[in-house]
Each structure stands twice: as structure tokens, then as C-alpha cells.
Design a protein around this ligand. Sequence first.
Ligand SMILES: CC(C)(COP(=O)(O)OP(=O)(O)OC[C@H]1O[C@@H](n2cnc3c(N)ncnc32)[C@H](O)[C@@H]1OP(=O)(O)O)[C@@H](O)C(=O)NCCC(=O)NCCSC(=O)C[C@H](O)C(=O)O
Ligand SMILES: [Mg+2]
Length: 299
Amino acid sequence: MLDAPLLRSALFVPAGNARALARAANLKADALLFDLEDSAAPAEKDAARERLRDYLRATPKGRALRVVRINPLQSREGTEDLLMARAVRADAVLLPKVSGPQDLEEAGEALVQADAPDTMRLWAMIETPHGVLASAAIAGVPGRWRPGALVLGPNDLALSADLVVSPGRAELMPFLGPVIVAGAAYGVPVLDGVFNDFGDEPGFRAECVQGRAMGLAGKTLIHPTQIPPANQLFRPSEDEMRRAEAIRAAFADPVYAGRGVIRLDGRMVERLHLEQAERLLARAALARQIDQSDEESPS
Ligand SMILES: CC(C)(COP(=O)(O)OP(=O)(O)OC[C@H]1O[C@@H](n2cnc3c(N)ncnc32)[C@H](O)[C@@H]1OP(=O)(O)O)[C@@H](O)C(=O)NCCC(=O)NCCSC(=O)C[C@H](O)C(=O)O
Ligand SMILES: [Mg+2]
């Protein structure tokens, strides 16, 4: 997944909230997910869309990807949201409650009809049992409308399957697993769901560490304070980098030239670990470059 952009932190910004929109411009998230769905009450949806249109037109784009989460395409609001996202040249449209590949094909067709720029992508929220069951077909949609990311929706999953989720979220794992496998099989990054208790920093950090260990590319967020820990915890740690550099150096040593497997610090290391190390170092270099430029730019 080297070609994918870094997606460590993807902050939901409620489009109906003018103060949150004003804040978003200076936040150091890798992606901003402007929300027209769950955070906008039914009576506020049209006003939220107008506010977001004005904001995106008036605000220069920073480094964060701009993604618009629309209402279900089957609704009037959803269709208008999609056309607005196209008009403001959002980087991607995030479709809620995707239940099968047909949802992506339908939205893709609507974007083609609206003459959307070639660079525009679709992202898919997987947050229903049907979406989980169909996640391989969703991640494997051929051509342009293969999703740019799969986004887990733990709140809707818990609601639809009557889950009572405890710390460590063992109850959710049967739902997360198929989506993670689907993303890995088709090279589609999977973003972890939100952590609702945004005042619980240790709990949030633990979930980031767990998500990264499960192969997730990053985490969706609900509050600006969650951005720095997500950026830090979804970037390779110093220890991981040291080990990757040691693997690279060992295989570059003429003594081991042509060897498929070697012993390093008492452990078996194979060439597949070299590939993994190179990937990790490339990701770390990209993260370092982004974080350094963030530190130099005013917030
Ligand atoms: C959760 C919140 C409602 C809390 O809001 P609030 O009490 O106002 O927080 P603070 O006073 O601590 O805010 C401090 C300042 O930060 C700004 N702020 C807060 N949140 C955001 C944000 N997400 N983006 C940008 N800016 C934000 C406040 O405006 C304050 O600024 P200022 O007034 O200038 O000082 C709130 O955080 C919030 O609304 N979060 C996002 C909610 C949301 O988008 N929900 C939908 C996405 S999650 C989801 O859908 C789940 C998924 O689908 C699933 O199924 O699991
Ligand atoms: Mg949801």
C-alpha cells in the first residue's frame, strides 16, 4: 500500500457547526471528513450543505484530503450532497452504510453524469452487517470506483447487531475482521472507527495501538485533541525503525549476499521481512516529512 496517501488521522467535521468548520482549516489531520449525515439533524441538512459549500469554496486547501460524507444516495439530500461535493472538487465522497458494490457503481455513475474530475474518488463506510458480509466485493470493485478507503462504523454496527461493546472491543471483532481482510486482499486502506469517549485519552491511545497492530491505516476521529496521538501512533515507532534499519543493513552486508534467511539478534529474518522493513521505512520517511512541515507551518 505504498502508493496510498498517509491516512493516520481522519477527523469528522460536522458541517452544520460553523465554529468547527472555522477550526478545521488549521488542523494537522491527514484527512478532513466533512459530515452531512449523522451530525446534521434532518431539518438542518440543507443549511449544513450550503454552509459547507461556501466554506470549501472560500477556504484554501491545506495538505489534508477533503472528503465529504453524504447522506444515503437514495435520498434527495444524498443526491444534492454528491453534486455539491463534485462542484467544490472534493478529493472524495464518503458513502454511508454501503451494503454492496452496487452502491459504489451507482454513486460512480452519478459522478460521471455530473462530469466529475478524474481525480475524484469514492470511499465506503462499512457499518451494517450486510456491508460486512459484502466487504470483499466492495473492496474489489473494478476500475475507477474501487474505494479509496473503507471506513469502519462501530456505532452503527453496534446498533444494528445489538452489541454491548466493552474496552478492547472483543464484541466487535467478528465484524471488523472481514473488512480488514477485504482491504488487505485488494490493497484498499481500512480506517478504524471513532472512539466516542473523547475525554479518555489513555483509552483512545490503546485503541489506536490496537488498530495499528490489526493493520488499519489510521483512525477516524471526532475531536481535534485526537489528532496528535493518532498521527503519532499510526506512524512507525523509533524501535520499529531501528529494527527495520538493522534488517536492511544485514541483507546489504556482502556476507549475507544471496541468502534467503539469516539470523539477526537471535531471530529468524527472511527476505519478506526485508520487504516489510523497506515499506515501514518508506512510510516513516513520509510521516516525518509531513510532521516536520506541519511543525513549521502556523496552526
Ligand atoms: C463531540 C462534540 C459534539 C463535542 O463538541 P464540543 O463540546 O463543542 O467540544 P469542545 O468544546 O471541546 O470543542 C473545542 C473546540 O473545538 C472545536 N471542535 C470540536 N469538535 C470538532 C471537530 N470534530 N472538528 C472541528 N472542530 C471541532 C469546537 O468547535 C471548539 O471550537 P471553538 O468553539 O472555536 O473553541 C464535537 O467534537 C463534534 O461535533 N464532533 C464531531 C461529531 C461528528 O461529526 N459526528 C459524526 C461522525 S462520527 C460517526 O458518524 C460514527 C459512525 O458513522 C459510526 O457508525 O460509528
Ligand atoms: Mg454511522
